[in-house]
Design a protein around this ligand. Structure first.
Ligand code: ADP
Length: 578
């Protein structure tokens, strides 16, 4: 027996087992006397239809129901007695729709079957419907395909997710290339912003926190030229501040991503802010944004902002992850750039230091040689005008002494640098009085002060005792005093010592050349000299050494200065080590 016969055999058996029921139900119900003995007058096997899991209605060509199966009864929640003999349109709200009725009529007219899907909103279920014409009957099959639909949706979501992951991976690969293409800070950021638009948003910007507390926009890119001017205007009118309660300032301050998928809704719900500000924000037409921090080695180096404006695209968590990934790479790249610049800077400083150091050492050495030669000549008996007077000899010896002491202090500074750099700055702490120490050191500068024409006012009355390293404190005093004399333009110098219960304080104030604000960060760095070499000698090491000593004693050094009016260096030391 072939498969077809087997099937039809089964159908016949099924049809027989239902014959009685179908007969009883259809008798008197069918206006055309349609179903009899398990088959419709048109030859349809109604008993077979009754077995089907799909809901089935058999109608006459003018849409009068002649047979319904139990599945349809269940689906409509009504017994077949109530359904048979009525027009199809009266049975279900969906079938009252014109589009459905037109489809029905078309099937009647053309004899071609129709298949379509329907979504039942209230129950959120999907059905596939089929209309067939068989001779003088139209059969409607309705099958619940919600499970398949759900599966399909899951598969589609998986596929979309995979495609997005692929796109993101490709984007990040491209971004990595761009980020590695240069070590120059702003160039890297500019390229990154251009890469992000329009793939990740309609606009992208990168903002950096500056040492002075301001925020600098290092890069910006827009998908449409007409967005540029309003964005710039807005930024000028409302500059970003690190203390802002939300937005870029907050991300820079906290290092935490900010993600707003529906900006207009957020704005509507937000309290506060002037109406002008709200109007200006709305005018930007932002629909959603993501702000991610650029963090490297625990430091927030900047913030990357992605904006969607009118574009239909919606941001999701996946976009946030991508933006964070991009920001991580950008931060590493920035850090590499910074390290490279620092390394270059260090090499430059070392090279310039070598030339400064040789010049500084050579100057006293040349004068020393000249003075020694002159002394030798003076002491030769064959000197044309006789041996030099003891006074003349003594002047030259004093000069020799000064040059030797200058040389030895330069060499000491150099030795200190190598010692401190190698981590060998050891403190020999003892109980001492900073006021007494200052009173002791100041007189050693009497000659230098006189040569520079500077008066010195010392205020160190009360004791300022503590547990410090005497020689290292002397060095701090000497360096600050000699700088005040060197850069003090012959004006009065004030030295003050004071103390409270926990700290002692030393300040050295001059009225000299002062220090420009942009030079202050470099002041305490090794080999840094702000003043011109031609006017002032020095290795650029003194303040670096002072800071290392003060740091080792757990204190701090501050500087206040007005260029052209003078500088005050303030050293604060805890009186007892922690
Ligand atoms: P230097 O040996 O060059 O004086 P320092 O480390 O002592 O080295 O000082 C570093 C730089 O700081 C100097 O080159 C100078 O430009 C500036 N500086 C230091 N002290 C003063 C001061 N009292 N007034 C103005 N500038 C100063």
């Amino acid at each position: 027996m072939g498969a077809a016969e087997m099937l039809s055999g089964r159908y016949i058996a099924l049809a027989r087992s239902h014959t009685d029921r179908v007969d009883s139900l259809s008798t008197g119900q069918d206006p055309d006397g349609a179903s009899h003995g398990g088959s419709d007058t048109s030859g349809l096997d109604t008993a077979l239809l009754d077995q089907m899991p799909e809901a089935v209605v058999v109608c006459s060509l003018d849409a009068v129901c002649v047979h319904v199966n139990p599945s349809l009864e269940r689906h409509l929640g009504r017994p077949r007695q109530e359904l048979l003999g009525r027009r199809l349109w009266e049975l279900h709200p969906e079938w009252t729709e014109r589009s459905f009725q037109e489809r029905f009529r078309q099937v009647v007219r053309t004899g071609e079957s129709a298949e379509f899907e329907r979504h039942a909103e209230p129950q959120d279920r999907w059905f596939v419907k089929r209309l067939f014409r068989v001779h003088e009957r139209v059969v409607l099959f309705s099958r619940d395909i919600s499970a398949e639909k759900k599966q399909e949706a899951t598969l589609r979501a998986l596929y979309d997710e995979m495609r997005r992951a692929q796109r993101h991976a490709a984007f990040l690969a491209q971004a990595s290339e761009v980020l590695a293409s240069s070590l120059e800070h702003d160039l890297i950021l500019q390229r990154m912003a251009h890469l992000a638009v329009p793939i990740l948003g309609d606009a992208c910007s990168v903002d950096l926190p500056m040492p002075d507390g301001q925020v600098r926009r290092a890069a910006a890119a827009f998908s449409r030229q007409e967005m540029v001017a309003p964005a710039q205007d807005f930024q000028t009118r409302y500059p970003i501040r690190l203390e802002d309660a939300a937005g870029i300032g907050k991300v820079l301050r906290t290092g935490v991503t900010e993600f707003t998928p529906d900006f207009p809704a957020m704005l509507a719900a937000a309290q506060g802010g002037s109406s002008a500000y709200r109007r200006d924000v709305e005018a930007l037409g932002i629909s959603a944004y993501i702000i991610v921090p650029l963090i490297s080695r625990g430091r927030v180096l900047g913030a990357l902002t992605l904006l969607n404006s009118e574009s239909r695209r919606r941001y999701t968590e996946a976009d946030v992850r991508l933006a964070e990934d991009l920001a991580r790479r950008a931060a590493t790249s920035l850090d590499n750039g910074r390290l490279y610049t620092e390394a270059q800077e260090a090499v430059r400083a070392r090279d310039s230091f070598l030339s400064v150091a040789s010049h500084e050492l050579n100057t006293p050495l040349t004068s020393l040689m000249l003075n020694i030669q002159a002394l030798r000549r003076d002491m030769e008996p064959r000197a044309s005008n006789g041996p030099a007077s003891p006074e003349a000899l003594s002047t030259k010896v004093v000069a020799v002494q000064r040059q030797v002491s200058r040389l030895s202090s330069l060499v000491r500074e150099l030795l200190d640098v190598s010692r401190i750099t190698a981590g060998r700055l050891r403190l020999e702490r003892e109980d001492l009085d900073l006021a007494a120490l200052t009173r002791e050191v100041v007189p050693r500068f009497t000659e230098d002060l006189a040569r520079a024409g500077c008066a010195l006012h010392l205020e160190a009355g009360g004791a300022a005792t503590g547990h410090w390293d005497r020689l290292r404190l002397e060095q701090v005093l000497q360096n600050l005093l000699s700088n005040a004399i060197k850069y003090g333009r012959g004006r009065p110098i004030e030295v003050r010592v004071g103390a409270d219960a926990s700290r002692a304080c030393l300040s050295v104030k001059d009225q000299g050349v002062g220090i420009p604000p942009e030079g202050r960060a470099r002041l305490f760095q090794r080999f840094e000299r702000l003043a011109s070499e031609r006017h002032y000698g020095g290795l650029g090491l003194g303040l670096w050494i002072v800071k290392q000593i003060v740091d080792a004693m757990e204190g701090r050094i501050l500087v206040e200065s007005v260029p052209g009016q003078g500088s005050t260096f303030i050293v604060e030391l805890p009186r007892h080590p922690a």
